[in-house]
Write a protein that binds this ligand. Structure first.
Ligand code: ADP
Ligand code: LRH
Length: 489
């Protein structure tokens, strides 16, 4: 029988059907849709109701194709949320984490609550858009939402609520709020109190792999379908992606490569110490009690935004066209640090890249190929830098890097990543998050025993492309230059 995963990334969403037969997973893409944010006045929002509509479209497509669905689950990007009022309705339209309302919020909060204390309680890296800073910014702005709020739900919690009528807070996403204490294993009540945020908004935490209700009768009658069980999985998409890494060795490094590049390793216990805080590594909760010791890298967002800017000026390129143009451009001509704050917000990204290069004494890349080459080489070199930090912090040495996510369709980036790190890259599967969502549903149903059995099955079900490192001397030299111009040396 089939199960269904809804995986909502920051750039697109999809519904994947999964079937498990004789320890082989087969997946079929049922529905794919863009997830375009909407700017209204000064605010950048997610189009949350459109996402509800797209989830219903996925359910309808299953019905029209006579696919009987045993269960469904949803995962999405982290940190964002909505409030539910006393009447059970959504208050406002959730903000996008790239909205500017958190500019400066981190520094302001640190003046009241030291960074050391926040990290000590949560083990979460500091990113200005973390839920804690979003809530703080809403408080500072006297947002009327806060007076009306009765419950706090992360995006997948919210979508699940719309489907089932039940409100639950799922574990993996809860950890990304920077309000969850992994040592206590619960929301950090003292931290919430210090922030002046009511503890009562936050419900009991549901672990990945537990049932979370049934499709409501109103949805079923609207769509003309029977009710279906809904599961909580690792509803943070990166948690699902890492669950699907087809590693055979318990010590492994991964790169979840989509809008963001998330690089790190899996650990049994959160690593909360001075070095982790100084290197700004995070400890996000995962499946089967695991944690992801990782660091965010700005990722293919920078390329997505360039593409959007070119589109605005009437020039449309597909991703394969952009990759082909980079291949023809001159190598190692200019580098950026993709994690510079100037690349976080939406905007004219080619102009931002040129301005970064000017400020760092480099000749700015002008044409499309040169800009894309600059982004992809800089990402590959940043991967080398962060892989080194992951080894230092975890005390492990990795003999290669697993890459999952849509970014592995970019074969040039995979090859250059292998060159930059001087180790093999094992690429696959591309639909990591959706597959991680599926396997946790199967674990919950007793079809797979645990994450390690699931990883074996994934390994046997999907191809992994191996990229061996090439041109080590050139990349070594480029790395030195990259460190110098970015100031990372
Ligand atoms: P998210 O889940 O964050 O929305 P995905 O994992 O779907 O992101 O990855 C999307 C990214 O993958 C795109 O921004 C693009 O850079 C890259 N990508 C997808 N398809 C291709 C392709 N055919 N060639 C090159 N790159 C691709
Ligand atoms: C990737 C992701 C990442 C978060 C970011 C907000 O989609 O979930 O793990 O840091 O979005």
């Amino acid at each position: 029988m089939s199960i269904l995963a809804f995986d909502l990334g920051a750039s697109s969403g999809r519904a994947l059907i999964g079937r498990l037969t004789d320890r082989k997973i087969e997946v079929e893409e049922l529905h794919r849709f863009p997830n375009d944010p909407v700017q209204v006045g000064d605010r950048l929002h997610w189009d949350i109701l459109r996402l509800v509509h797209e989830i219903k479209q996925g359910l309808l497509k299953a019905k029209h194709q006579d696919i009987a669905i045993k269960s469904i689950a949803i995962d999405s990007w982290a940190v964002d949320f909505g409030f539910i009022g006393k009447n059970g309705e959504l208050i406002g339209n959730p903000y996008h984490y790239r909205d500017r309302h958190t500019d400066g919020a981190m520094e302001e909060l640190f003046a009241e609550l030291p960074a050391e204390e926040i990290f000590g309680r949560t083990g979460i890296q500091f990113l200005q858009f973390n839920t804690i800073f979003q809530l703080y910014a809403l408080k500072k702005a006297n947002s009327p939402w806060l007076a009306q709020a009765d419950r706090f739900l992360m995006i997948p919690d919210l979508l699940r609520y719309f489907l089932t009528g039940e409100m639950h807070n799922e574990f993996s996403n809860a950890t990304t709020t920077q309000l969850y204490n992994p040592i206590k294993g619960d929301w950090d009540g003292e931290l919430l109190e210090k922030l002046g945020i009511p503890r009562a908004w936050f419900g009991n935490i549901l672990q990945p792999g537990t049932s979370a209700g049934m499709l409501s009768s109103s949805i079923c009658s609207e769509l003309g379908i029977d009710s279906i069980p809904v599961y909580a999985v690792a509803e943070h998409d990166t948690g699902s992606a890492v669950a699907a890494v087809p590693a055979l060795d318990r010590s492994f490094a991964y790169l979840s490569c989509g809008t963001w590049s998330l690089m790190g390793t899996e650990v049994d216990q959160p690593v909360i110490n001075d070095l982790a805080r100084e290197l700004n590594f995070t400890n996000e909760g995962g499946v089967d009690g695991t944690f992801r010791l990782l660091k965010n890298i700005m990722g293919l967002w920078v390329l997505q935004e360039c593409r959007r800017e070119w589109e605005r000026t009437g020039k449309s390129y597909t991703f394969p066209e952009l990759v082909a143009s980079a291949e023809k451009a001159a190598p190692f001509a200019a580098f950026i640090d993709p994690d510079d704050a100037m690349f976080l917000h939406p905007g004219d990204m080619p102009a931002q890249i040129r301005s970064y290069c000017q400020q760092t004494g480099q000749k700015p890349p002008e044409d499309v190929g040169a800009i894309v080459r600059c982004i992809l080489e800089s990402l590959a070199l940043k991967y080398r830098y962060v892989l080194g930090l992951t080894e230092r912090l975890s005390g492990q040495q990795f003999n290669g890097l697993h890459m999952v996510g849509g970014g592995i369709h970019n074969t040039l980036l995979c090859a250059w990543s292998a060159n930059a790190i001087g180790k093999p890259v094992w690429a696959g599967p591309a639909e990591g998050s959706a597959i991680g969502n599926l396997i946790v549903q199967w674990i919950a149903q007793g079809e797979l025993s645990d994450i390690w059995e699931a990883r074996k099955v994934i390994r046997e079900s999907f191809p992994v492309t191996v990229y061996e490192p090439e041109n080590p001397a050139e990349w070594e030299q480029a790395y030195g230059h990259f460190l110098k111009v970015t100031g990372l040396d």
